[in-house]
Design a protein around this ligand. Structure first.
Ligand SMILES: Nc1ncnc2c1ncn2[C@@H]1O[C@H](COP(=O)(O)OP(=O)(O)O)[C@@H](O)[C@H]1O
Ligand SMILES: [Mg+2]
Length: 609
């Protein structure tokens, strides 16, 4: 998927760090897209503000020279003198106001940027293959990308700041150069080591952070586990809290001690290097004082140069440390950009055709084999199935035989490893993905319980009907969710789940009815129920499927269930075993032939006797 190779492979050299700066332009593009107006204002203000320090120093020099001439040589003050004082005052005021205005623009831009990038991360994540989500290392990437999306704000401000700092430095440096090139050289020589040191540690910090991601993910999991609705029951009864807390502390201690070790080295070496740059500054300063004493330069120039040297050395340091900050931050962006670069494998082709309406010939699996990405075991082996319009098929088989996998292939959550799946004689891959999905309604075993209102929970099945209470209510009636909803204090507007204030939790069976309503809301040609009724008792499940059969009369339906009372309603029953169709036929045919089906049937019937 590219991400691991890109960041996992960084070798810790300066080259790698400089290479990371390549990440800056694409992010700047996102910054620009999130608010061009604000960006222009922020840059414009910074350019103007960058020259304020130099202008102030120049005015100060003029004022001091005028005062010295007046006091020591009894010359009259120039008639513009007080205007210059006023100008100095105005410049100081402008400097403050510019600073405020820049901060204001940054705040606006920060909000716009966070929104823009969060939306982009969400949009992109939604386009990725299901396979990504079933890959734990993908979660590390997604996690880093998420954090990066919001944490990289510092970098954006840094880029704005570096513009300002570089301009200020250039202006001050030019003025120092005008008086003495040696001064400038002295400054630069002493500041550079501090910069190299700073950025080296920033880099080590990133590398450390990268290595800590798996541990941090564990910490997050433990923290959630330690205080969540789902786990509370077991944690209390099994007395697991000390165990979890202990494990959490141990892991966080690990991270802490690694961080401290790095921070110590940074403290020691960083202090030495910044001492060096202080030496540079004061040597330059001493040189200027000496020249003033020998009368080479005026007192005004002394003030000017002292200010310019202080300003330039501070700004050079700032430029370097900001730059190393940007390089450091840019490294973090590697993950974000790599995340954006992950392309889904399952997607519509440019020349995709719309799904057939109505379906005329049905689905056909031709020698379909499938292994999950990254594994070699074939879950489905050389499967051949036909599935005709109007037909109701039941798929049975023990756990782990590949029933859900078959549904995932049918709905193109995955593409087959070998073989083809045809719909009306055309490969599924030739259809527009979104349009194809629109023709299929699926409720999975692990269906979602959305922490939203009852009406929204149903409407998510076909989001365009969100504002259509009649259709929502009709779907609820079909799935028998209406009686559940009627008993809720706020009816269809009732918030479900415990996450939000005033939410009401439902039982497993009640949630299933809501989920089923979601499927009924969809104008789909194929309905698939993948054991969503597992937590209903046998009689309710029977009732649900009976209704399902009536309601889907004339449509294609695929039922997956463990209960034979349900399964026997189907037109045709497929017994999936070891990735292959072991038997197929109607209930009576399969009973008569006395194979796997009748064996399983007898086993279940025996339990009820
Ligand atoms: N995302 C996955 N990655 C790897 N293997 C998987 C994944 N999902 C399911 N499997 C494996 O595929 C096999 C079939 O799973 P599944 O289709 O869920 O079975 P069923 O629905 O019949 O119980 C199982 O052995 C399971 O371990
Ligand atoms: Mg399953």
């Amino acid at each position: 998927m590219g991400i691991e190779t890109q960041t996992g492979g960084f070798d810790g050299t300066w080259v790698a760090r400089l290479r990371a700066l390549r990440n800056v332009p694409p992010v700047l593009r996102i910054v620009w897209e999130s608010g061009p107006g604000v960006v222009v204002w922020g840059c414009g203000l910074r350019v103007v503000a960058a020259f304020v320090p130099l202008a102030m120093l120049a005015v100060t020099k003029w004022i001091i020279d005028a005062i010295v001439a007046h006091v020591s040589h009894q010359q009259p003050l120039p008639h513009t003198f007080w205007w210059y004082v006023a100008l100095e005052f105005a410049l100081a005021g402008a400097g403050t106001i510019f600073g405020r205005a820049i901060a204001y623009c940054d705040t606006l831009l920060a909000d716009k940027f966070i929104r823009r990038i969060s939306v982009r991360v969400m949009e992109h994540a939604s386009r990725l293959d299901l396979a990504c989500y079933e890959d734990p290392s993908f979660y590390d990437k997604l996690e880093r990308a998420r954090v990066q999306a919001t944490d990289r704000l510092v970098m954006i401000q840094a880029i704005g700041n570096i513009l300002q700092q570089a301009l200020t430095t250039a202006a001050l440096a030019a003025s120092i150069l005008f008086f003495s090139p040696w001064l400038l050289l002295l400054l630069v020589l002493f500041v550079v080591p501090a910069f190299l040191g700073e950025s080296h540690f920033a880099f080590l910090g990133y590398a450390l952070n990268f290595r800590q991601t798996p541990t941090r993910r564990q910490l997050d999991y433990l923290r959630v586990l330690g205080a969540s609705k789902e786990s509370a029951k077991e944690l209390k009864l099994f007395g697991l809290s000390p165990f979890l807390t202990g494990r959490f502390s141990k892991l966080s201690d690990e991270i802490y001690s690694q961080n401290v070790a790095l921070a110590r080295r940074r403290l020691l070496i960083g202090s030495l290097l910044s001492l060096l740059s202080t030496v540079g500054y004061y040597s330059a300063y001493a040189l200027v004082i000496y020249r003033t004493i020998t009368g080479e330069i005026s007192v005004g120039t002394l003030t000017f140069l002292a200010g310019a040297i202080a300003g330039a050395s501070a700004n050079i340091q700032l430029v370097f440390s900001t730059l190393s900050g940007i390089a450091d931050q840019a490294l973090f962006l590697t993950d974000l950009l790599a995340f954006f670069a992950v392309r889904p494998k399952v997607q519509s082709r440019p020349d995709a055709i719309p799904a057939p309406r109505p379906i005329r010939e049905g689905f056909e699996f031709q020698n379909v084999s499938f292994a999950y990405p990254g594994t070699s075991r074939l879950v489905l082996k050389d499967l051949n199935i036909r599935f005709e319009p109007g037909e109701k098929i039941a798929l049975i088989g023990e756990n782990g035989q590949g029933k859900t996998t078959l549904v995932k292939l049918l709905t193109r959550l995955y593409d087959p490893t070998a073989g083809r799946i045809l719909l009306d004689g055309v490969d599924l891959g030739d259809y527009d993905l979104e349009d194809l999905c629109g023709q299929i309604a699926v409720i999975f075993q692990d269906f979602m319980r959305y922490e939203m209102t009852a009406a929204e929970n149903i409407a998510l099945g076909q989001i365009k009907d969100l504002e259509n209470p009649q259709k929502i209510a009709a779907a609820a009636r079909k799935s028998r969710a209406d009686s559940v909803i009627r008993s809720l204090p706020r009816g269809y507007e009732q918030m479900l789940g415990r996450r939000f204030d005033g939410g009401v939790d439902l039982s497993g069976g009640e949630w299933q009815k809501i989920a089923l309503a979601r499927a009924y809301l969809r104008d789909a040609q194929l309905l698939i129920l993948d054991e969503p009724t597992a937590s209903l008792d046998a009689r309710s499940e029977h009732e649900v499927f009976q209704r399902f059969a009536e309601l889907t009369a004339g449509k294609m339906a695929l039922l997956i269930s463990h209960r034979f009372s349900t399964v026997r309603m189907a037109d045709r029953i497929l017994v999936l075993e070891d990735g292959k169709i072991a038997e197929q036929g109607s209930h009576y045919e399969l009973m008569a032939c006395g194979g796997r089906y009748s064996e399983m049937f007898e086993l279940q019937a025996a339990n009820y006797r």
